[in-house]
Write a protein that binds this ligand. Sequence first.
Ligand SMILES: [Zn+2]
Length: 477
Amino acid sequence: MPLIQTPIVENFQLHVVLFQTNDDLQHLGFSKEVAERIEEADSSRSIYRFFSASDAMPNKDHLDASTECIAVRLEEDDEKNRLKGFHVVQELLRDKMQAVFIESNLDASADYAFLEGFSLSCHKPQRLGNSKSSLANWTVGYRGKVSNEALEALDILCESNFIARDLVNLPQNFLNPTTYGERVRELGSELGFEVKLHDKAAIESMKMGGVLAVNRGSIEPPVFIEMHYCSSNSKNKKPIVLVGKGVTYDTGGLSLKPTKNSMDFMKADMAGSAAVVGALCALARQKADCYVIGLVAATDNRPGGDAYAPGDVITMMDGTTVEVLNTDAEGRLTLADALHFAKQFDPKLVVDLATLTGSAVAALGGEAAALMTSCDQEITKTLMKSANAVDERLVEFPLWACYGTSLKSDIADQKNVGSREAGLIIAGKFLEKYIDYPWMHIDIAGPSFNHQIKNYRGKGGSGYGVRLLLDFLKSWG
Ligand SMILES: [Zn+2]
């Protein structure tokens, strides 16, 4: 059932009023005096709270003294309005309220952003084992200009973002390549996209040398996950392929990571693939007019007895060789095979999302992902516009030839790591060798995981990429 319903909620505990001007407030039932008081209050305050709605809005006889009321001033900026949605959810959580009614006479777009921030803040973190869920079931009513259709689309968007968050948050002892593949198959049959799982034998017969090398130290076999969604009215004849890094756990391999603030959250090293799965779920539920394929090479990276070692030379699926100098630069090896695999579909565009480099985090923190692309300006502009619209921001980095020189190897076609400086671009240069189609590479190492709750993106997996991909596929393709 969608979180936000249009019928009026009975016995709600909190009445939320969205406004921009004094007139809006009076129109919604505030007395002139109260409206003026709110207007005069410091405009930097995002919400105004009254402990009795019937005092604040005496003209409304369905409100009683025990109902509380919050007035929220919305702005022109969608992101500010999403953040206000988050703040209202914090009030609800703090006071353990469960039923809320939101009323507005503003334009649909301002309300929508507020409701989006509100809904995205209502993610119930999945608790494992015998733990009980920490969030109660809420009843949320809304009266305003956002249509039922838009509310339904918003619900699909949020649920799909939550699917990605939940996948990221599952520890490796709950999500390995096999259980990951099974979960995606369940989602596919439930929501309407096709899922093909290639097991280790199939991966061996396809000679995916990158995936197999990374997997060698593990006791869990790899799984290559292929997802297909094609609408009969698809706007694009050639598919758009989404590739996600799916390293279900990254110890670094023999180039072992330290535990603190490093290996301890490496369950999140499949966040790129979780975004791809989330996007496929949403497209299938929306019955979107497009043809999209999702690819994930799922494996973990461990230092077992047979693990690949620094100094090894491996042969990739495309037949080229790589000198592995750091086994912790494993994501690019798995992605390279997936990118090569994508060629058989003659794709219109390939977008990969990957928690690829610490260098991307050093450059941008958690505030944005790094984009590198071989596409023309027009597609890039469309993607950037989506990134700004949904506030899953991107900063473009160049793929200049000079950045590729440090990948030269004396004994193989390239090395898997180059110089330390500009490591995020060098990773992009490595991947570029495996494409022959328009391509966008998005390094999401920063924004894919939040160590603290700061806003509606939650704590843990943020689901970064789902909203970006959906907005982009809607506006292009
Ligand atoms: Zn790694």
